[in-house]
Design a protein around this ligand. Structure first.
Ligand SMILES: C[S@@+](CC[C@H](N)C(=O)[O-])C[C@H]1O[C@@H](n2cnc3c(N)ncnc32)[C@H](O)[C@@H]1O
Length: 228
């Protein structure tokens, strides 16, 4: 079974991709014109840039979602791994969340813990999961990932990092004691420039295999596998 192709999941995703295209059109033009994410964020105070919370507060109505191509890739990876307990950092309106939860449900079930800073976005994601019939598999924790993911209550076999990229390393370190060997970690917007997360996962001494993905090139998609 592949619920991305037909039925309530496919219908909900089709609606969300259309809404996202409208809501984020202006932002995508800005991204395309900026030399780098750093340049785009340079007008924000240095203090804010550390956790980017101020930046995301300005994007409460933006989806900032994964592409259809990347969503399908996430779905494939979850199925290939036969994952049953997933953690996601960065729910937004739930586009990636739907792909993760659909993969779990299509394999018979599982649990997804996702976290979102903005309560209004978390509420919209919850409604979208309900529309897709996937709400029973997902717990959305509202708040800062550094707190909401401090207790995930068991082992994890799949991770999607798609929140504030400046927090990927602290969030990974929170999750690390719970990672099963062989756990894939997909990280969006993990850019090369001065990136402590990439330095960490690419250093073989830390126990990961890691490389950038060609899929959606330019969006800083890193694929890592925990091998300890
Ligand atoms: C790129 S969007 C996520 C897109 C989503 N994965 C999708 O495909 O639809 C990043 C989200 O992370 C949230 N976020 C940023 N910093 C966060 C934090 N410290 N804790 C939890 N969520 C955070 C933002 O509010 C934003 O909605």
């Amino acid at each position: 079974m592949n619920s991305l192709n037909a039925g309530p999941v496919a219908d909900t995703l089709q609606r969300l991709f259309q809404q996202a295209e409208q809501a984020d059109r202006g932002l995508m033009v800005q991204f395309a014109q900026a030399e780098s994410i750093d340049q785009l964020l340079s007008h924000h105070l240095a203090e804010e840039r550390r956790d980017l919370a101020g930046v995301y507060r300005g994007y409460v109505d933006n989806y900032l979602n994964v592409t259809q191509e990347y969503g399908r890739f996430i779905y494939q990876c979850v199925r290939a791994r036969r994952a049953t307990r997933i953690v996601e950092f960065g729910t937004s309106m739930g586009v990636s969340t739907l792909h993760l939860a659909a993969a779990l449900r299509d394999m018979g079930g599982g649990r997804l813990i996702s976290t979102e800073l903005e309560p209004s976005k978390a509420a919209r994601a919850q409604a979208n999961l309900e529309a897709a019939g996937l709400a029973a598999l997902v717990e959305i924790r509202v708040g800062d990932a550094r707190q909401t993911l401090s207790d995930i209550g068991g082992e994890i076999d799949f991770v999607l990092l798609d929140g504030a990229f400046s927090l990927y390393l602290p969030v990974l370190k929170l999750l690390e004691p719970h990672l099963q060997s062989g756990t894939p970690i997909l990280a969006e917007n993990a850019f090369d420039h001065d990136n402590e997360y990439l330095a960490y996962v690419r250093d073989p001494l830390n126990g990961y295999l890691s490389q950038p993905l060609a899929i959606n090139e330019g969006r800083g998609n890193e694929f890592s596998v925990f091998t300890r």
